[in-house]
Design a protein around this ligand. Sequence first.
Ligand code: FAD
Length: 348
Amino acid sequence: MTVPLALPALAARPVLRHLETFGDVPKSVRTLMESGVTRLLDSDMIITQPQQVPDAVTTGEAASSSIHAAGAEMAETILPQIEAEGLADHFKPLMRSFVRILFGLFLSPEQCERACACIDAGNHFSFLASDAGGPSLSSWRSVAHAEQGGIRLTVDKVWGIEAHREGMAIVAARGPVSFFPAAYVVWPEAYRTLRRTPHGDPFLEGRLQLGNVKGVVSLTRDERVKSGGPAVFNKYLTTVRPFFVRGLMAHVGWLGARDRVALDEGDARVHAFLSEAARVQSRAGRYDVDNVHRVLAIKFASNEFLNDLVRKGAVARFGDQRDLLAFTKMEGSSYHCYHALRNSTKSQ
Ligand SMILES: Cc1cc2nc3c(=O)[nH]c(=O)nc-3n(C[C@H](O)[C@H](O)[C@H](O)COP(=O)(O)OP(=O)(O)OC[C@H]3O[C@@H](n4cnc5c(N)ncnc54)[C@H](O)[C@@H]3O)c2cc1C
């Protein structure tokens, strides 16, 4: 007779079933996932929590395509440097490799050439998704309207990496189709005219400053990003998240070797499991439903690991605590990842 699973174990299935595809999941990872999801459950999730193990969705779209490889190669060369020297000095190069991936997915060949020349000339690049209106697209304050011969883009974005600096940006805004955000390229001449302010104290020993951006710019119709289709944001995040988690795990290893993080035996197993799962996933090179879910599970697990280290006092310095918690939000918070994974199961 099979013993019925307790609620925390059932609630963790949408995450664990994807982590299990990477091999034996250590007990410390299971425990962490169960306590993580139980803490996150909102009212709707508790009300609708089934008592059986949920089935996988069988009707998901089977979109599948290869990912852009140039940026991935760049990221591979940076990761050993993070292992040896920590993330602070290598965060921006890692982000630049992500920018190459993003250009490959979002931009036409002509736009891509112009954008690469632009950042090679020393301009900063910002990807501005987080909106001053909050997480729901319907309340976003960044909106695009058609105007004679072009587009009038109202920008009100928060928390962009180095977004206060001179440079260019891809801005997500509410566009003509309301279910998905649309993306717009804002070249340096237009970006310069927006009000840009640093926001909060920097992270990573002063190397990472967030900024807010506000104002209105006129764009041509060509500056609306058309490549990649509506799934382009998801495609980008699915591609870069495993590299990001590898970078985070390399950084935790580096902090551990300097007694800035104390990893016990269980933590060491979580660290080894996640490092390997993220490494395997970063080489999958495919974008399809299974890979999207595996990546969400890895980012969720990484968030919960970092959060747990800080919560139990394993991270000695305030600056490291703040950095690690911030990285649990960047490129996918636990709530966001878990919400999407639950929706990928049938019995909601
Ligand atoms: C270091 C750093 C770099 C960043 N870089 C960028 C960047 O370059 N560009 C950019 O656009 N953004 C950037 N961000 C912002 C980042 O993308 C967001 O923080 C991220 O999307 C998570 O959103 P959130 O902080 O609102 O938290 P979330 O936890 O995702 O919350 C989202 C919403 O869900 C609700 N919620 C959360 N938990 C629960 C729960 N248990 N039950 C019910 N509701 C819940 C919250 O109230 C909130 O309304 C960065 C952030 C950091 C910290």
